[in-house]
Write a protein that binds this ligand. Structure first.
Ligand code: NAP
Length: 329
């Protein structure tokens, strides 16, 4: 009987996923909660170090709060010292006793800032159990980073790629003691709408569309998730991508004002959007696989639209291109 119930719950969950709008919105969250798929996360993360980027706002702030409440030592990463300190103070109140909440200032769109920040992190945190690559932007015009790289790519992909590669020794060191360490890439359901062209990473030849460029960077994060899953398996590091559904955050309000207005009250809270980040960081089940794409604590398909899937081997080529770009800028 228990198995039949679990199968029915799974079928209802998959059906919701297929419906996109209800599944991504608060409706999907509420329905899955009612189905018993989103219960409390009862895990003690005491002694674990979790690094969260984009931690001063929206999902990153809530993920930091949830991880701190489970007892983790959280390093909140942001680019603005004042906003970051304000966020740190607000998280400290919800932290379990013994958890430490610290900050690290890194501008992910600047390769120099990423290199310097990674060096400081390696010195202060030689073991990192969880890295959450959450920071992201959706821009309404083409802009260049300080390194001359299209700014969405620089912020959402290149900076996090470099940061992750530089932090692998600390993740591997944590995995040696407390297998596995985890990398969580916060992508988006928007990635379903776009294919990645490896010869057009900076979207130079196409007419500017902020949401299309954003969607391509979000698919690149999923490709890197597959790449690192293969590369890091023997170091005891698992890698997951996730999408939060549609959550009411400062980022959504400022970069998608019309969407924010239309979907309005059907948007999830930031805490609901962050839930799968925390679950992937803390629960036992995500230790058993690597390289997948998750929403509401279940693995979801990588592709939904014809012509958008990447080819076998593209993930490695993307990583090589990013490595070259980071070295040349
Ligand atoms: N909310 C949703 O419905 C939704 C849906 C799908 C995917 N996502 C993804 O979820 C992640 C978090 O988004 P959010 O909705 O929480 O938006 P948000 O409130 O705007 O948070 C984004 C965070 O990224 C940080 N950030 C931006 N550029 C940065 C840079 N160059 N260096 C360091 N940090 C930088 C921001 O810092 P500042 O405050 O300094 O700008 C902020 O802390 C993003 O990757 C987004 O693509 C969100």
């Amino acid at each position: 009987m228990a198995t039949v119930k679990a199968m029915l719950r799974g079928a209802a969950d998959s059906l919701l996923d297929l419906t996109i709008a209800p599944g991504f919105s608060r409706i999907g969250w509420g329905a899955r909660k009612a189905l018993g798929l989103l219960g409390p996360i009862n895990v003690d993360l005491g002694g674990r170090t979790c690094v969260v980027t984009g931690a001063n706002s929206g999902l990153g702030l809530e993920a930091s709060r949830q991880l701190a409440a489970l007892g983790a030592d959280v390093v909140m990463v942001g680019r603005n010292p004042e906003r970051l300190e304000q966020a740190r103070a607000s998280v400290e109140g919800s932290a379990r006793s013994g958890a430490s909440i610290t900050t690290e200032v890194i501008d992910l769109s600047s390769l120099e800032s990423v290199r310097a920040g990674a060096a400081r992190l390696l010195a202060s945190k030689p073991q990192i159990d969880v890295l959450v690559n959450n920071a992201g932007v959706l821009l309404d015009s083409r802009q260049a980073s300080v390194d001359g790289i299209e700014l969405t790519l620089a912020t959402n992909v290149l900076g996090p790629f470099l940061l992750t590669e530089l932090l692998i020794p600390a993740l591997a060191a944590a995995a040696l003691e407390r297998r596995p360490a985890r990398i969580i890439n916060v992508s988006s359901g928007g990635m379903y709408s776009e294919a990645v062209k490896l010869d057009e990473l900076q979207s130079e030849r196409s007419k500017w569309s902020g949401s299309a460029v954003y969607a391509r960077t979000k698919r690149m994060q999923v490709m890197l998730t597959e790449y690192w899953a293969g590369q890091l398996a023997d170091q005891g590091i698992v890698v997951h991508a996730m999408h939060p559904g549609w959550a009411d955050t400062p980022g959504v309000e400022s970069s998608l004002p019309t969407f924010h207005k239309i979907v309005g009250k059907a948007l999830r809270t930031p805490a609901e959007g962050a839930d799968t980040i925390t679950w992937l960081a803390a629960a036992e089940a995500p230790n058993r696989s690597s390289g997948g794409f998750w929403q509401d604590r279940a693995e979801r398909p990588l592709n939904r639209r014809p012509g958008t899937a990447s080819k076998a081997g593209d993930d490695r080529l993307l990583a090589d291109d990013l490595r070259d770009l980071a070295a040349s800028a």
